[in-house]
Design a protein around this ligand. Sequence first.
Ligand code: GLY
Length: 256
Amino acid sequence: MFKNVIVRKPSKTLCEGITSAPELGKPDYNLAIEQHKLYVEALKKCGVNIIELEALEEFPDSCFVEDTAVLTKKCAIVANPGISSRNKESLYIIDTLKKFYPKENIEYIKSPGTLEGGDVMMVGNHFYVGKSARTNKEGITQFISILEKYGLTGSEIALEEVLHLKTGINYIENNNMLVSGEFINKKEFERYNKIIIPQSESYAANCIYVNNTVIVPLGYPKVKESIENLGYNVICVDTSEFRKIDGGLSCLSLRF
Ligand code: GLY
């Protein structure tokens, strides 16, 4: 069960966020704010306490607060984002983490290691970590050795196509794994009940499980139906403005 969720309000500079899909156009700030509010409402329906942090205008991508840390039951690991325009975002999460974790249980990924939370997928006590353009080998080595200090485990997953690990694969508990693209046939995920995301709905591989509800991006009916057929309560949330800057449902929060 998750008790708490941290979100950060979108900044007005959001339209300058990093994107691999400029053809989708720039995000509309007012619409992004409205969508963010509905996202928070959906999370509240899942019974979690919301910690809403103020916007950071200096960082266009800072509403994607997931990339700044990895929060486990035993420790918080402050990330070290692997792109210069986002690197210092992680400094702004530390004070909030101190309210939930003792100082000695707050760990740090240090340069030359880089790691972004979007590259980390939790499955029970195991954490899969994507080696990506943002998370490097040294960051993964540091991350796994921190996990092991706390009796947790981690393993590396090589990425070829997507920005972050969770852009393409997400665990929704009960052995159910949403898989798209390069993850469909990866041997590391053979043991899960794989829900294959069709190419036409690949964006919706990024859903989040929160206390027996799965939040699904609005507009992906095949994915919605597959998840409903598994017996989950489903809430759809429109993330069109965040998609324009390579963001999805998981990127918008830290759940713990
Ligand atoms: N625009 C989100 C990211 O590149 O991290």
